[in-house]
Design a protein around this ligand. Structure first.
Ligand code: NI
Length: 154
């Protein structure tokens, strides 16, 4: 069970904070505490702040029909022996080069490649780019991770 703040830890609170009460089932709170303790959070408040930030970032990607600027990563695992897949991945990234900031490529084994691409653009643009890459034949795993430019988050 979490104390609201870690005993003995320095009290590094912002100049002003808002406090609120949340009602939820005890089992849900117990599960939350268990996960947060496993992740090493010093307090329930810190875990809730991170959860709220995650929620806000996810919402930002959808806000105004995906019109706000976002950053993220697209992680792909694909079979490089399928030359068509490699060529198509490159073609898509070149065609959308203004949204591709950087790509890291790792040869996992003789056949499989891992590629992580950092992307920036509106939520709609970046999602469309990710969908185009992930849906290619030969891509075995694909995931778009929504991140944030950090602006507007406390
Ligand atoms: Ni490779």
């Amino acid at each position: 069970m979490f104390a609201e703040r870690c005993v003995g830890a320095p009290l590094l609170m912002p100049d002003s904070v808002a406090r609120f009460t949340v009602s939820l089932a005890p089992e849900l709170l117990a599960s939350f505490d268990e996960v947060c303790a496993g992740k090493g959070y010093a307090s329930r408040s810190e875990a809730i702040r991170d959860a709220i930030r995650d929620y806000l970032v996810a919402h930002r990607w959808d806000a105004d029909g995906g019109g706000e600027e976002v950053v993220g990563t697209i992680t792909l695992v694909y079979d490089h022996e399928s030359r068509r897949t490699s060529d198509e991945l490159l073609d898509i990234q070149h065609a959308d080069h203004t949204h591709v900031l950087s790509t890291m490529h790792i040869h996992l084994d003789a056949r499989n490649c891992l590629e992580v691409t950092v992307v920036r653009g509106t939520g709609a643009e970046v999602t469309a780019l990710a969908d185009g890459l992930i849906s290619l034949r030969g891509v075995k795993f694909g995931r778009l991770v929504s991140a944030t430019t950090g602006s507007g988050l406390a």
